[in-house]
Write a protein that binds this ligand. Structure first.
Ligand SMILES: Cc1nc2ccc(C(=O)N[C@]34C[C@H]5C[C@H](C[C@H](C5)C3)C4)cc2n2c(-c3ccccc3Cl)nnc12
Ligand SMILES: [Mg+2]
Ligand SMILES: [Zn+2]
Length: 344
């Protein structure tokens, strides 16, 4: 099916100015989820502009506007894996490029940074609110296409992104030379595939070693590991925000997980505990997730970029609140009240 984006929507986006003078937009404590939904495409345009990508790669503004609207349209209305998630992931990518001076300090070329921002925006396109193991278990169409290589959903997000780039008037990379173009697609592929958490677990050890050895800006292996690490940081960036955001994100994620669990039960298969609303304890699961994944990841980031230490501090504080919530949940769950509303 062919998604249509009305010409007037493109025009409206082009006419938008950032007169929605949101302050602290370029600070780590800023929460992109507080940007009004209807202003999000405009802020994406602003980020591309501010990072100099439009000038540097002679991107036509109409092409970028149409591309942004096609990507937005490519997201479904899932509880968590929707356009707002894509916007918040892209915003964190923008924050890192800007606040860690990734290009100025030689961690990335301008091209890598452009593709990094595009990867963030596109990394979950057409997500259905179910994960890779669900695709394989239920033999979905996507599984038949990609399960032999693994990272089923991520390969689909990549394919959808390529499809949009190949749509008339949407190819924001058309101004690149042919070698820049093939490098861009190669980085887009690695970046989107690296958002599969299962592959992050495998790479995490190498990322730690890379940082202990000292990051080598000219080592292609180091560059690839860094891109993968930064992509996962963006994907999990809600964990670096105020507790209200972290709590709301957990509600949305477990809304998706539990719906998948219900679906698996109705199909006669038993869901894993994290997806079973009868068995899952969200505070316990979140303390584990933060301890085993989020904290090691952002500690690695802070080892490379000391400015990220404030993010580690916020993550630790949020974990303390989940630990307190564990006790609150325990007391209430005896009385049968088992919902997130108890949490402050
Ligand atoms: C707050 C929070 N909690 C999360 C708790 C759990 C998992 C999760 O997929 N766990 C795993 C645990 C093992 C090894 C692999 C494959 C499967 C088996 C399932 C991962 C993700 C969570 N997550 C994400 C997120 C990031 C990337 C993709 C999808 C999502 Cl949902 N973003 N934020 C959160
Ligand atoms: Mg994903
Ligand atoms: Zn994501």
């Amino acid at each position: 099916y062919h998604m249509k984006v009305e010409a007037e929507a493109v025009q409206t986006l082009l006419n938008c100015r950032d007169d929605h003078n949101i302050k602290d937009f370029d600070q780590f404590h800023f929460s992109p989820r507080n940007v009004p939904y209807r202003h999000m495409p405009c802020y994406i345009l602003k980020m591309f502009d501010e990072l100099g990508f439009i000038r540097y790669y002679r991107i036509k503004r109409t092409t970028l506007a149409r591309f942004i609207l096609f990507v937005k349209k490519g997201y479904r209305d899932a509880p968590y894996h929707n356009w707002i998630h894509a916007f918040s992931v892209a915003h964190f990518g923008y924050l890192m490029i800007k606040n860690f001076n990734l290009v100025k300090d030689g961690y990335m070329t301008q091209l890598h940074a452009l593709v990094f921002l595009v990867s963030c925006l596109c990394h979950d396109i057409d997500h259905r609110g179910t994960n890779n193991s669900f695709q394989t278990k239920c033999g979905t169409v996507l599984a038949s296409l990609y399960s032999s290589e693994g990272s089923v959903m991520e390969r689909h997000h990549l394919a959808q992104s390529m499809c949009i780039l190949n749509t008339d008037g949407c190819n924001i990379f058309e101004g690149l030379t042919s070698e820049e173009y093939s490098e861009a697609l190669d980085i887009l592929r690695n970046n989107i595939l690296s958002t599969d958490l299962a592959s992050h677990f495998r790479a995490a050890e190498n990322q730690r070693e890379m940082i202990d050895q000292g990051y080598d800006k000219n080592d292609p292996k180091h560059q690839k590991l860094l891109h993968a690490m930064l992509m996962t940081c963006c994907d999990l960036s809600d964990q670096t925000k105020h507790w209200r955001i972290t709590k709301k994100t957990a509600e949305q994620i477990y809304d998706e997980f539990f719906s998948q669990g219900d679906l698996e039960k109705s199909m006669g298969t038993a869901p894993i505990e994290m997806m079973d609303r009868e068995r899952a304890s969200i505070p316990d699961l979140q303390v584990q997730f933060i301890t085993n994944l989020v904290l090691p990841l952002f500690s690695n980031l802070a080892a490379l970029f000391p400015a990220a230490q404030i993010l580690v501090d916020v993550i630790m504080k949020n974990r303390e609140i989940w630990k307190m919530a564990k006790n609150v949940f325990q007391t209430y769950s005896e009385t049968g009240v088992k919902c997130m509303d108890i949490l402050l």
